[in-house]
Write a protein that binds this ligand. Structure first.
Ligand SMILES: [Zn+2]
Length: 353
């Protein structure tokens, strides 16, 4: 991956954007996509929609969600400790003992998620899982009044974790779900802006996926695409404790292409034949039901959208140390761009009756 793209990706990861609080990361994304798109707009929901080859046909939408899971401050207690609730699906086991960043109106401030020492936990309680309601944040305030000067109810929180390079083209970070996906569609759009596609291509950073696939619902309705590609991360199964019976996905062996009722079979075949022709490695991921991704709502928009789901294999999803291969991202972007190049006005995604 070239240095400019990698630097942009790491900065994208460093922005804070739990669902509903994506504004700064979305603006940062918009600034980059403007360097090659014909037109970039946002809507009342917060989605960023960039158009390439305006006036082309058919309409193709690429969707990646820009939000991440996080926490929200719900209450400041009498001593200045902060109670929190979750935005998106957390395993509360992950959160204890972590440093956090709180995005306040006056800027980012640090905190820690406190925990009673193991010495003080009764033996019978040690095997029990902690509930999220028991977690609290310490910002070092000496009183409720002092804490309220620094934070406000509703401020969003993420775990403090910077991107970390690993050998073999791997990168660890929080928020790879789904900044890896939204970065993949940006790179696909960048490629397509130089390739002269027949299609009108919409690169869309969707909001609020983690709280119910909300941004894709509004943006896909507005764009009314004929064909759509959702790009998310998927569960790699190549580390201890994972089961491969529901499908096997490894880091570094190419993007995963989902097959099943959520996906259009003609488009799936086109993606696979494109991968073969262009010698792009891919892995097929079985999806026997509606996926928990933007592809789900995309397929069901208006009278139906021919939908593909391309996923970046990811270890440790919904932890602060998500781990992906940069190679899979590069291959994903190329796979999408090359497939879009093969979609023309009369490409038929119906039964052809
Ligand atoms: Zn996701």
């Amino acid at each position: 991956m070239n240095k400019r793209s990698l630097d942009f990706f790491k900065q994208l990861l460093n922005h804070i954007g739990p669902s509903g609080y994506e504004q700064t990361v979305s603006r940062f994304f918009a600034q980059e996509v403007k360097t090659f798109a014909d037109e970039v707009v946002s809507d009342q929901h917060g989605n960023v929609m960039a158009c390439i080859n305006k006036g082309g046909s058919p309409r193709v939408m690429l969707a990646g969600h820009i939000d991440e899971i996080g926490l929200m401050i719900t209450h400041v207690d009498d001593k200045g400790f902060l109670d929190v609730d979750q935005i998106g699906g957390w395993d509360p086991q992950i959160l204890q003992g972590q440093r956090v960043w709180i995005e306040t109106r006056k800027g980012r401030i640090p905190g820690v998620i406190g925990k009673k020492p193991i010495h003080k936990i009764k033996p019978a309680e040690r095997d029990k899982v902690i509930k999220l309601e028991k977690l609290f944040i310490d910002i070092g305030a000496s009183s409720k009044k002092e804490a309220e000067k620094r934070v406000a109810v509703g401020d969003p929180v993420v775990i403090a974790y910077e991107p970390q390079d690993f050998p073999n083209n791997l990168l660890a970070s929080r928020a790879l779900d789904d900044r890896a996906g939204v970065f993949t569609i940006l790179e696909a759009g960048r490629l397509l802006s130089k390739m002269k596609p027949k299609a009108e291509v919409h690169v869309v950073a969707t909001v609020q996926e983690e709280v119910g696939l909300r941004g894709v619902t509004t943006s896909c309705y507005a764009i009314a695409p004929d064909v759509g590609f959702a790009v998310d991360v998927t569960f790699a199964t190549d580390f201890p404790s994972m089961d491969k019976k529901g499908g096997s996905v490894d880091l570094g062996k190419g993007p995963a292409v989902s097959r099943g009722p959520n996906l259009n079979p003609v488009l799936f075949d086109l993606v696979m034949s494109t991968a073969k022709k262009c010698k792009i490695p891919v892995q097929v991921e079985p999806a026997p039901h509606g996926t928990g991704t933007d592809a789900n709502k995309m397929q069901l928009t208006r009278a139906g959208v021919a939908t593909a789901l391309i996923s970046i294999p990811c270890r440790y999803v919904h932890t602060p140390c998500e781990l992906v291969s940069l190679k899979d991202i590069e291959h994903g972007a190329r796979l999408i761009a090359e497939t879009v190049m093969r979609i023309e006005k009369d490409t038929d995604f119906t039964l052809g009756l």
